[in-house]
Design a protein. Structure first.
Length: 121
């Protein structure tokens, strides 16, 4: 598995949690391609859920920017479209996944179930 539950800097945002699915602290490689410019960024998630993720970026992207993302979940390469929904200066961005295909949704759900199982050991 990828690096699980690795400590990371705490996000300065302390508002209510509005997520539909719980997030897990897990670092997986992610490639973001901006739909507008085609610019590509390689990084890791700081957490992941079935409908989004958070990435650390010293210079966060603007809210509303649409992205194409590739996540590497162990052996699975998962392609999703997304939109930047949160921006924390000098910290990072929250990304909401949009229009997940059944295959991508199943791969993310299976990966997160494995993370939960491994963390329970």
């Amino acid at each position: 598995m990828n690096r699980l539950n690795k400590p990371h800097t705490t996000c300065p945002y302390t508002g209510p949690d509005r997520r539909h699915f719980p997030r897990r602290t897990v670092q997986v490689p992610i490639e973001l391609q901006l739909e507008d410019s085609g610019a590509t960024f390689f990084m890791e998630t700081t957490d992941l859920s079935r409908n989004g993720c958070y990435v650390h970026r010293a210079t966060p992207l603007s809210v509303g920017v649409k992205v194409q993302a590739t996540l590497w979940l162990d052996a699975d390469e998962v392609h999703v479209s997304g939109r930047i929904v949160t921006r924390h200066p000098e910290f990072g961005n929250g990304i909401m996944f949009l229009n997940l295909g059944e295959t991508s949704e199943r791969a993310i759900a299976s990966y997160l179930e494995a993370v939960i199982s491994e963390a329970a050991r």
